[in-house]
Design a protein around this ligand. Structure first.
Ligand code: ZN
Length: 500
């Protein structure tokens, strides 16, 4: 049996999950479901990053011990992922004792590349990242992501000899041992490597930060949160002896946002090369979701809460927009109007009405008997190509092309006219073709819109049609006008929620 391992980046638990996290989860879920359909044994990891200054500070503000705080926050993530209908197999927390134990083991395995030195420089707590002097100068001492001045650090730390790995990483990329999708991101990393990789600090003195994993053999230091967090992709597998590690590593795809690509395309491969372990095969890098062309930010007050969308339009409405209308590997744009237009036109009209129409003809003309319909005959080659190229937006375009074709076909052949003329053989043929197409599209849709796919299959899946209770994608007009209706009623202002 073929194996498939997909992992998402693990977010900090200092704030509730945002759209970027939802993108991670959904992209990975599409892959996991798709490969399950292809018969692979799938390992699908998600998780939470729970150490570091950011978490320690938040816990303190809440008057809680860090672990008590993260125990509470992790529940929010469980709920969120469930709400997205994301079907992972393993959830790792970096406070799991196994993760901590294996992280310490990995540290000892990396000993040859670790040395002690003094760090004099800048740090962004928001990023939990050491900032090079070059970066600090370029950004005038203020983190562009967090809009906060960098903190000056002067402390004794352990360092990882990242500089030694520039050449091996470059070779791995050029040999296709590690592929970064899209290619322009790979080019960015190659450029970064060309400029040279500096050694990185990988620990913090306990006197400045105690909330972390103990450095083996040094009571005064804890590991830098990023360094141990990256290890989650193998600690979850029970590195190095676990059966899951033997079976599933290397990861087939790791899904990351563009803001954390450097960690995953430089530090993580360097660690693996130092461990003599294979590199993940592919990093799938997605972009940011803007709102009406503006970057989403708390200070602007334009943060969109994924939960609110799901509550208003259903989980498949949510998944559809973000998987099709946000480019898989680049920045995309959200507005409530755009969202609602896509929902009403494409989901409610083009798909929902189509299903309804075919179902009502089958019950009117054939008393609900589907009978024996021919095997699907659409060439799905292009769809599978898009899936393998990780172009999910294009894969959905393909499905929609077929849905539109079926709508046009029905308009042209006019089954109601055929029924009137009493040509039953022809009518049966037309309906059989419609059903077989819908069945096939329902299969292709499953990785993207699982509930919708299952609903279509439950209606047309057997020889006797079953009535679907309810409507697929009832029309909703909060932000746009119904074709023949009253002026749009704008919804009340969206409440703002924290994001990381
Ligand atoms: Zn920052």
């Amino acid at each position: 049996m073929k194996k498939f391992y997909v992992a998402t980046a693990i977010p900090y638990v200092n704030a509730k999950p945002h759209i970027g996290n939802a993108m991670d989860y959904m992209l990975a879920d599409v892959l996991a479901r798709y490969h399950r359909q292809q018969g692979a044994d799938v390992f699908f990891e998600v998780g939470t990053d729970e150490h570091g200054t950011k978490i320690a500070t938040k816990a303190k503000e809440a008057g809680l011990e860090p672990k008590v705080y993260t125990d509470q926050m992790v529940e929010v993530f469980y709920d969120f992922i469930k709400k997205m209908n994301v079907n992972y197999t393993h959830f790792i927390r970096t406070t799991d004792p196994t993760h901590e134990k294996i992280a310490q083991f990995i540290w000892t395995q990396l000993k040859d590349y670790i040395y002690k030195s003094t760090y004099e420089g800048w740090y962004c707590v928001g990023c939990e990242a050491f900032v090079t002097s070059k970066e600090a100068t370029t950004n005038n001492g203020v983190c562009p992501l967090h809009n906060k001045p960098y903190e000056k650090l002067s402390e004794e730390n352990y360092y990882f000899r990242l500089s030694a790995f520039a050449e091996p990483i470059k070779q791995a990329l050029q040999a296709g041992e590690l592929t970064i999708v899209p290619k322009f991101r790979e080019a960015e990393i190659l450029q970064l490597i060309k400029e040279g990789l500096e050694d990185i600090s990988i620990s913090r003195p306990k006197k400045s930060l105690s909330w972390g994993i103990q450095v083996p053999g040094d009571d005064a230091q804890v590991m830098y949160v990023w360094f141990e967090a990256l290890m989650n992709y193998v600690t979850v597998l029970g590195y190095p002896d676990g059966a899951d590690y033997q079976k599933f590593w290397p990861a087939d795809v790791q899904v990351v946002g563009k803001d954390i690509l450097r960690f995953h395309a430089a530090i993580w491969p360097a660690m693996l090369i130092a461990l003599n372990a294979p590199l993940p095969r592919t990093l799938l890098v997605h972009g940011f979701v803007n709102v009406g062309g503006t970057k989403m930010s708390k200070s602007v007050g334009n943060v969109v809460d994924p939960i609110e969308i799901v509550n208003s339009y259903g989980v498949d409405g949510f998944r559809y927009y973000f998987l099709r209308h946000i480019p898989t590997v680049d920045d995309g744009d959200f507005t409530w109007e755009k969202f609602e237009t896509a929902y009403n036109n494409e989901l409610a009209n083009e798909l929902g009405n189509l299903v309804q129409r075919v179902a009502s003809m089958v019950s009117r003309y054939q008393e609900g008997v589907i009978g024996d319909v021919p095997r699907p005959k659409h060439d799905t080659g292009p769809f599978h190509e898009y899936m393998h190229e990780l172009q999910f937006d294009r894969a959905l375009d393909y499905i929609w092309m077929k849905i539109r074709e079926l709508n046009v076909y029905l308009e042209e052949v006019k089954p109601w006219a055929i029924a009137k003329a009493g040509d039953n053989d022809h009518l049966q043929e037309v309906l059989a073709y419609s059903i077989t197409t819908l069945r096939q599209m329902a299969d292709l849709l499953w990785p993207f819109l699982p509930q919708t796919s299952e609903a279509i299959k439950s209606i047309f899946g057997s020889e006797i049609m079953s009535q679907y209770k309810g409507v697929l994608f009832p029309k909703i007009y909060h932000y746009t006008s119904a074709p023949d209706a009253q002026p749009a009623q704008p919804k009340p202002e969206v409440t703002e929620h924290a994001t990381g």
